[in-house]
Design a protein around this ligand. Structure first.
Ligand SMILES: C[S@@+](CC[C@H](N)C(=O)[O-])C[C@H]1O[C@@H](n2cnc3c(N)ncnc32)[C@H](O)[C@@H]1O
Length: 277
């Protein structure tokens, strides 16, 4: 049955009500992606007649009702005011990770020719934003997951950064021999048995879980910082991991260890400047 865009919007909003937090907004985003248009088009074409519905839209609505993340249905995610491709191969970027990028950018001058290594590149958002802001930096971005690397590759090519960001498949820094000026990571940091919201079950589990306790990968990266004499390490972490990081670093020489908080004022990460005697 043909109907107007605004009627379809109402219909999908009703279906998603009580299931997702912002049904109206999500119905709008689904329709924008379905039409392959932008928000301006959506707002200005409310009376457009939609003649026949592609089963793809009905499938999206059904899957969203089953809590599949919207971003995996539309293959679009917004981060740091840019749009990125995303699929189930990589973690959906979270807004708080923008703060990690800001922490790095506030400590590096724009034209420095440094080598930055990212461990756990996922969709590529961190390395891409750093490459865009730091035109002389060389980036090496590692992930253990070939599926995540495929998502990162897609985004890196879209942004025209294939000659600036080198992707490597490997475990932590095992595939990096170069001298590293700055290490950055949003590693998996959730404990294996932590209770999680159901939508997280759709995301790659090796992007979420850091080990039995949760901070195992962070500790391994701290060991790498001292083993390889890396001057700066910027890292996202869980809101309850500040003490563990401080405790772990006690035997090491530290020039500064600054923690930052997220939009909910929870501890979310740190920047370590290490001393290498
Ligand atoms: C929390 S996600 C971060 C993804 C992306 N950087 C972001 O901020 O949205 C962690 C990433 O680390 C990768 N990873 C997990 N264990 C790893 C390891 N041992 N070595 C390298 N990458 C790893 C996962 O595949 C995942 O892509």
């Amino acid at each position: 049955m043909p109907r107007r865009l605004k009627e379809l919007h109402e219909e999908i909003t009703r279906t998603l009500s009580g299931v997702v937090e912002s049904p109206r907004r999500e119905a709008e985003l689904l329709l924008i992606a379905y039409l392959g248009k932008d928000q301006l088009y959506f707002i200005t074409h409310q009376d457009e007649m939609i003649d026949e519905l592609d089963p793809r839209l009905l499938e999206w609505v059904a899957k969203r009702s089953a809590n599949v993340p919207l971003e995996y249905l539309t293959n679009r995610v917004s981060f740091y005011s840019r749009e990125f491709y995303i699929d189930e191969g990589a973690l959906i970027p979270r807004p708080e990770t923008e703060l990690l990028i800001d922490e790095v950018l506030s400590r590096v001058s724009a034209h420095e020719a440094i080598t930055i290594v990212e461990v756990g590149v996922g969709s590529g958002i961190i390395s891409i934003m750093l490459a865009l802001h730091l035109p002389n930096a060389r980036l090496i971005a590692v992930d253990i997951s070939p599926k995540a690397l495929a998502v990162a590759r897609c985004n890196i090519e879209t942004f025209g950064l294939a000659d600036r960001i080198e992707l490597r498949e490997g475990d932590l820094l095992s595939c990096v021999d170069e001298k590293i000026d700055l290490l950055v990571s949003n590693p998996p940091y959730i404990a294996h048995n932590a209770p999680l919201e159901s939508n997280l079950s759709y995301e790659p589990q090796n992007a979420l879980f850091g080990g039995e306790i949760g901070d195992e990968i962070i500790r391994k990266l701290l060991d790498e910082v001292y083993g390889r004499r890396i001057p700066i390490f910027a890292c996202e972490m869980g809101c309850d991991q500040r003490n563990k990081v401080q405790e772990y670093l006690k035997p090491f020489a530290v020039q500064s260890l600054e923690f930052y908080t997220d939009y909910a004022s929870l501890d979310r990460g740190f920047v370590l400047k290490a001393v290498h005697e």
